[in-house]
Design a protein around this ligand. Structure first.
Ligand code: AMP
Length: 205
């Protein structure tokens, strides 16, 4: 099972990807985590990526595709994976298709978490506060300035991917405004039925 999570920053992709990965016993591959790991390890890639990431800007397709290409060739990803934060541009989406085609595979489902943009800043600032209070590292791009840049990047580069995957017939919309358990249940149900969950909440504004 090869799944892509789509949705703006703060939509809950990471939380849901981790839960679904656990449920299906497949790895959760977050490109944001890969970059944060490279930064924390002080690799040359990490050092060169750090400033742009902290400003909320997207990193180059070339760099990110190399990370993903290497990671999905690892043994634990042979039965499938959940991609979180990738692809984020049309170039990344076609590179992913090409990489998978080499082994005769393809993305099975794309889950798009639909949330009202008004809640995103609130969620991100809350995530930073919870991390701070529990003594964990606060993401340096979890602030309103960087979030603005991230939302613009999402609208310009990532949002067009909905249509790309819709045209392929694999896009499934999920109401991301429900509570965490209900979002997971909706995701499992659309993966089982192949149909999008009924949208009772506002769509992307
Ligand atoms: P995330 O943890 O998914 O919110 O990603 C945090 C940051 O990592 C992004 O704002 C970008 O700077 C960088 N990043 C993660 N994934 C990608 C990607 N697929 N393409 C470009 N930049 C990315």
């Amino acid at each position: 099972m090869r799944i892509v999570m789509l949705g703006p920053p703060g939509a809950g992709k990471g939380t849901q990807a981790a839960r679904l990965a656990d449920h299906f016993g497949i790895p959760h591959l977050s490109t944001g985590d890969m970059i944060r790991h490279a930064i924390a390890s002080g690799t040359s890639v990490g050092i060169s990526a750090q400033a742009a990431m902290e400003r909320g800007e997207l990193l180059s397709d070339e760099l990110i595709v190399t990370f993903v290409d290497e990671r999905i060739r690892e043994a634990d990803a042979s039965m499938g994976f959940i991609l979180d934060g990738f692809p984020r541009t049309p170039g990344q989406a076609s590179a992913l298709d090409a990489i998978l085609a080499q082994s005769g595979s393809a993305i099975d489902s794309v889950l798009e978490l639909m949330v009202d943009h008004a809640v995103l800043l609130e969620r991100i600032l809350k995530r930073a506060e919870v991390a701070r209070l529990s003594g964990r590292t606060v993401r340096r791009d979890d602030n309103s300035e960087a979030l603005n840049v991230r939302l613009h990047a999402y609208a310009a580069e990532t949002a067009p991917l909905s249509k790309y995957y819709q045209d392929m017939g694999i896009l499934k919309a999920i109401n991301g405004l429900q509570d965490v358990d209900a979002v997971t249940q909706s995701a499992l149900s659309v993966l089982r039925s192949g149909r999008s969950s009924p949208m009772t909440a506002p769509t992307l504004s």
